[in-house]
Design a protein around this ligand. Sequence first.
Ligand code: SF4
Ligand code: SF4
Length: 75
Amino acid sequence: MREAQVEAELCDGCQDCIDQCRYEALNLVRIPPSKRLKAKVDPDRCCGCHACEPYCPQHGIAMNWLGPARPSWVY
Ligand code: SF4
Ligand code: SF4
């Protein structure tokens, strides 16, 4: 399973990602010491659908893999 993650330093608070999230998993919050609002993912609501990532003009959203580590190959 994947989960969206916002890179706060890249986010300018434009809200484009929020408009794309049908699961209401993104919100704007102020993260001190920044005075600007930044997008933040609610991990309890994000299902990893990937809809938000391509809409971020700052390329500030990445999808993190949360599943178990891939099995190592045995030769
Ligand atoms: S991956 Fe999907 S559910 Fe998660 S924040 Fe982005 S649009 Fe919302
Ligand atoms: S689309 Fe990108 S820059 Fe805009 S609020 Fe979302 S994460 Fe921030």
